[in-house]
Design a protein around this ligand. Structure first.
Ligand code: BEZ
Length: 176
């Protein structure tokens, strides 16, 4: 049973939603969630990889004292059900809804989709070199995995958001 969704519906994006929010929204604001860090630990066989050769996409991993910057979107009320239905299909790839506090002024209660370690596509930690090699060779219906990493890094740079894990990976991938 998914948690109740805030009304109005705010969605916290920390991955592809940062550069491609493909739904109508009425307002957006940058902010961060506390106690989580962004990691390329989730396998993707439907967007940036294929079955048998998964790409790597981001999820949020609990880490004491960490903060993860992203963007909260206030979804147009007319689009609420459609947007939730669309994002919920990602649950098939291991993401589940959670309600979180997005720190901005004022703070916002928002939905966020997180893929936890119990889902079958979870890949977990690996060295930056290993992740870079996997990303370099992965592509899926939504395009090259490398493009996903570079666009995420660019979106974070534009927000002035510091994320060493993403920046280090993007640096390796931009050299090749
Ligand atoms: C995101 O881009 O923040 C995102 C959206 C749905 C599932 C996982 C991540």
């Amino acid at each position: 049973m998914p948690p109740r969704s805030p009304d109005p519906l705010w969605l916290f994006g920390y991955g592809s939603l940062l550069w491609r929010p493909d739904f109508p929204y009425e307002e957006r604001v940058h902010g961060y969630v506390l106690g989580f860090t962004r990691r390329f630990w989730q396998g993707s066989t439907d967007h940036r990889g294929v079955p048998g050769a998964p790409g790597r996409v981001v999820t949020l991993v609990p880490e004491h004292g960490a903060r993860c910057w992203g963007t909260a979107y206030r979804v147009a009320s007319s689009a609420r059900d459609e947007v939730l239905a669309k994002l919920d299909t990602r649950e098939q790839q291991g993401y589940e809804r959670h309600v979180t506090t997005v720190h901005t002024t004022p703070s916002i209660e928002a939905l966020v989709y997180i893929a936890g370690p119990e889902n079958p596509d979870y890949l977990g930690p690996a060295s930056v070199d290993f992740i870079a090699a996997q990303v370099r060779q992965s592509r899926g219906p939504s395009g090259d995995n490398r493009e996903y990493v570079l666009r995420l890094a660019e979106a974070l740079r534009e927000m002035d958001a510091d994320d060493p894990h993403v920046a280090e990976l993007a640096l390796r991938l931009s050299r090749t």
